[in-house]
Design a protein around this ligand. Structure first.
Ligand code: BGC
Length: 746
């Protein structure tokens, strides 16, 4: 059976989804699952729990699929091969159970969107949802119906390369963005052929890897798990995220793949989750290296007994489970439960009725997709500095020197976790500036360095020479895509290679200097920010990063991105995040810094607080920070009442005025502090945000409704409750500034 899909329709209307067809109601599905399960042999059941990656081509796997020994494939993307593999499963295996075809579609499939950290900087969940929808439409056209995204690990350590894949440091922002991605990937119904099952990963705590070294141990106590690390996962589960993936780390000695507390007690027990749980790549077998299992058999036992349904690639299940059932170390009931979770998803995706993909679809890089990617890139860029209104460029700039290793880096601007995007489709800053603004401005391109790690300084003189001949200088610096992402942690977050020397030399020319940074993480760029007149932080902006930046530089678009993670001044400050608890000696920002300490000063700790003598207390940029070409005034903060019951809702309003010279959009942020708790509480927590577009001179009254129950936390009695008492509340442009008031919960 080959279902022809309406390619043109999809091309024009990628954001629409279809109504639920007949026969997919949940009751129906449950009975179909049970009927099928009843026909399966033990070995066929175990086969469903096996996921393989056919790196060596399909041939070596055909026999296994035919015998019913494979439930899912990952990394097969040629639609002809996808259909071929599916045909073997559907037409040649005894029970004809279709395969789940999967791939890491993280921030786009062909049309690449900004890295997730950049998408989080938009503070625009609708746009993030649209981006995931585009990715799903493109990926499903190749037969991919399961992606391993969103990655919603709370990431407070930019040394960790995978921060690029995350939504940053904040549980609320990560929850909102994670849910947006789930909705985008899955659409309105999993049964729609363009729906791609999402996967909330990595459950749980992976972002807290010791020292930011990938795969490392974490030590997160249960209360912190529940207050900080669980919320995005709980939100994803509640939003119907079809699958979960366990994480590589061992938390407090227990690898997630063998952790029944997180998988059974919390995910299944407390959150009533009925989706599919998959291991991370070989993480069942890796429990042997962890020293948590003595051999493969024990790894399979501990994984299944902890609540894993499917094993990614390491084969410990397929090789051992039959024997383990005979030995009664794993019950057949546990296997049945796992297989039910797998079959349920296959039915929900409509794979039994519609297993094949139409190989003629023309949806990749569709104009609507590129336009969305450009919009996302525009909104992801953060203006960190803009002295003397250096930006946007006016018509006084007749000649622009474009410099730097990221100015024309088609591959690198796509960022990490891109398997399928092609650099031939990427539009770089250099190309976009020439095409879009080449009639207004003469562009002299002189890269200075060949790539971000280039240490050869020979090209710097030429770059300086180009700068001297120009009215302004644009330098695009940062990281190549391979410097962030999985297994790409760094201990030093300065610009790599000779980039700092390049920027210092350009600054010395005295020409207006605009620095664009493309990177997978916040970098310690204090010196470069100081030397530049304006700085735009673009993370890795994806396929359409060039046109987005060109429009921002020339003022056709106005920056509105905000930092989704705190930018440290120096690596030694890490972890540095806004929602920390207060110490008994909170910093007052009036501390004595290292250079102010007299020689032979006598020993004292009086008056001392929690800060670094060499870095002070503040980061380089706080969470939520970002400027615009215009300015915004906050005024007249009002609460409908400041005395609330636990079941009440806080109604907040304030006036926001565009006080500058451009139309623009402000991301307004709402923070709350529970002043006294049964445990110490964060100094601030984000509880809401909105993007407010305002014309020049315009004022709008902005409101937030905050149900008091959203102030609940896991308290001293191990219960999630709102504790009555006094709260501080702020509305403002970032986590460090804003209007403040207080309210009381009775
Ligand atoms: C990563 C996962 C990814 C998987 C499949 C692993 O190494 O940790 O995030 O989904 O590989 O490619």
């Amino acid at each position: 059976m080959k279902i022809k899909r309406l390619s043109v329709y999809l091309l024009l209307l990628p954001f629409l989804s279809c109504a639920e067809p007949q026969g997919t109601q949940e009751g129906d599905i449950e009975s179909r699952v049970n009927a099928l399960l009843g026909q399966m042999t033990l070995q066929e059941k175990i086969g469903q729990m096996n996921q393989l990656s056919p790196f060596g081509g399909l041939e070596e796997m055909a026999g296994l699929i035919r015998e019913g020994n494979v439930g899912s494939l990952l990394n097969l993307t040629d639609p002809e091969l996808v259909n071929k593999a599916q045909r073997i499963a559907v037409e040649e295996s005894r029970l004809g159970i279709p395969l789940l075809m999967s791939r890491d579609v993280i921030h786009g499939y062909k049309t690449i969107f900004p890295i997730p950290l950049g998408q989080a900087a938009t503070f625009n969940p609708q746009l993030v949802e649209d981006g995931a929808r585009v990715a799903a439409v493109e990926a499903s056209a190749d037969g991919i119906r399961w992606t391993f995204a969103p990655m919603i690990d709370i990431s407070r350590d930019p040394r960790w390369g995978r921060i690029a894949e995350s939504c940053g440091e904040d549980p609320y922002l990560s929850s909102v963005m994670g849910v947006a991605m789930v909705k985008g990937f899955q659409g309105d119904s999993l049964n729609n052929p363009t729906a791609v099952a999402a996967c909330a990963k990595h459950f749980v705590g992976y972002g807290a890897s010791e020292g930011g070294r990938d795969y490392n141990s974490t030590f997160i106590p249960e209360r912190q798990l529940r207050n900080v690390y669980f919320p995005p996962f709980e939100a994803a589960a509640k939003a119907g995220c079809a699958t979960f993936m366990t994480s590589f780390n061992d938390n407090d000695g227990i690898p997630s793949t063998g952790n029944s507390f997180i998988l059974k007690d919390v995910l299944r027990g407390e959150w009533n989750y009925d989706g599919l749980v998959v291991t991370d790549w070989a993480s069942s077998a890796e429990m042997i290296s962890h020293g948590f299992c003595k051999d493969e058999k024990e790894a399979a036992t501990k994984s299944v007994n902890a609540g894993i349904d499917m094993e990614m690639v390491s084969g410990t299940f397929i090789r051992n489970l039959e024997e383990l059932v005979k030995e009664k170390k794993v019950s057949e009931a546990a296997i049945d439960e796992a297989v039910r979770n797998i079959l349920r998803l296959k039915f929900r995706l409509g794979l039994f009725d519609n297993p094949y993909t139409d190989t003629d679809q023309q949806v990749k890089y569709a104009p609507t997709h590129l336009a969305k990617a450009k919009e996302a890139a525009e909104q992801s860029v953060i203006l960190l500095k803009n002295d003397r209104e250096t930006l946007p460029f006016t018509d006084k700039i007749r000649t622009l020197a474009v410099i730097g290793p990221l100015a024309d880096a088609a591959h690198d601007q796509m960022g990490t976790w891109v398997f399928d995007g092609e650099k031939a489709h990427t539009q770089t800053v250099l190309v976009a500036l020439k095409e879009m603004y080449g009639d207004k401005v003469r562009i002299i391109y002189e890269p200075g360095l060949g790539y971000s790690r280039d240490k050869h300084t020979a090209g710097i003189a030429k770059a300086v020479n180009a700068a001297m001949r120009a009215d302004a200088v644009l330098v695009c610096a940062g990281e190549e895509s391979i410097l962030s992402g999985e297994a790409h942690s760094l201990a030093d977050l300065h610009l790599q290679g000779a980039q700092s020397e390049l920027i210092a030399a350009l600054a010395k020319t005295g020409k207006p200097l605009v620095t664009v940074v493309m990177a997978g993480r916040p970098l310690t760029i204090g010196q470069e920010v100081e030397q530049s007149d304006a700085v735009l932080y673009a993370f890795h902006p994806g396929t359409m990063g060039g046109p987005a930046l060109a429009d921002l530089l020339f003022g056709k678009a106005v920056p509105s991105g905000k930092t989704p993670v705190t930018f440290p001044k120096m690596v030694g400050q890490i972890p540095v995040y806004y929602a920390h608890n207060n110490t008994g000696r909170p910093a007052s920002r009036q501390e004595t810094l290292i250079d102010d300490i007299p020689q032979e000063a006598g020993q004292t700790s009086l008056g001392c607080t929690s800060f670094y003598m060499d870095a002070g207390f503040d980061p380089l940029f706080p969470f939520g920070y970002g400027l615009s070409y215009t300015t915004f005034g906050y005024d007249n903060l009002q609460l409908a009442t400041n005395q609330l019951a636990v079941n009440g809702t806080l109604e907040i309003s304030f006036d926001l005025t565009n006080t500058g010279k451009y139309d623009g959009t402000e991301v307004v942020q709402l923070y709350v502090q529970d002043k006294v708790g049964s445990i110490t509480r964060p100094v601030k927590e984000l509880k809401g945000f909105r993007r407010i577009p305002l014309k020049q001179g315009e004022t709008k009254t902005v409101s937030f409704s905050l149900p008091v129950e959203e102030l609940a936390f896991w308290n001293i009695d191990r219960q999630r409750v709102v504790e009555p008492g006094e709260f501080n509340l702020w509305v403002g442009p970032n986590s460090a500034e804003g209007l403040q008031t207080t309210f009381t919960v009775k």
